[in-house]
Design a protein around this ligand. Sequence first.
Ligand SMILES: [Zn+2]
Length: 250
Amino acid sequence: MSAVLPVPRVRGQGIVLAHYPVPIAVSKGSLVPLSLLAAVFALFTSGAPTLLVLGAAALGGLGGAASLIVHELGHVGAARRLMGVKPVRLSLLWFGAGTRFEGAYRSGRDQATVAIAGPAASLALAVLLVASALLPIPRPLALGLFGLAVLNGAIAFVSLLPVQPLDGHNLLVGLLWRIAGSEPQAQTSLRRAGKALLGLEAVGCAALMIEKPLSGSCVLAVVAALYLQKQLWAWPARSASASSATHRRS
Ligand SMILES: [Zn+2]
């Protein structure tokens, strides 16, 4: 069943492209990462005929959007099989993509299942793309598909980092919840471990800044970006009963 509308219509946070299995919206902000991906793919073909460069850019932009949507649909599919939590909207945003959920997880196992489903979908797509790239198809297309496979592998890897609000963090909370017996206990243990880890990272970062200022600055920039993303990650509406299951990010 498909509910793709013949004409996209604007609603709330962007243009709604499809309504099934949840509304899939593209915000203006998503032009930033998608243009960046288009530029990166075009860069790899610099020097080639214009048509090929344009094709590569289109593959990067559209393929990037499709990759992010597939990742989020992994979360959506897993959540739809569970009781208690309901996916309500998938959005492409300026920092990637996210799915809004309502309700709350009933167990750590449920939370871990939904968290791992996104990276699993990205990895599955990466494998499929590599297999397609190995088929007897024109070399530029094969290289493009391989590039998209690398992108999907990268999406899976980055999303599994144990940093809030990434999937790795949600997976860890789910697993700890199973061990600790309750979600608040899991959150507390993770916060304690996070503080200890932050202390270690600060010492490591300081040492790196002295030894190799350039690498140290890069690490610091990544940490700052992750922190900023955590602060900026907020949906306008947040139901009171949905604290544990409202947010997810690619
Ligand atoms: Zn995800």
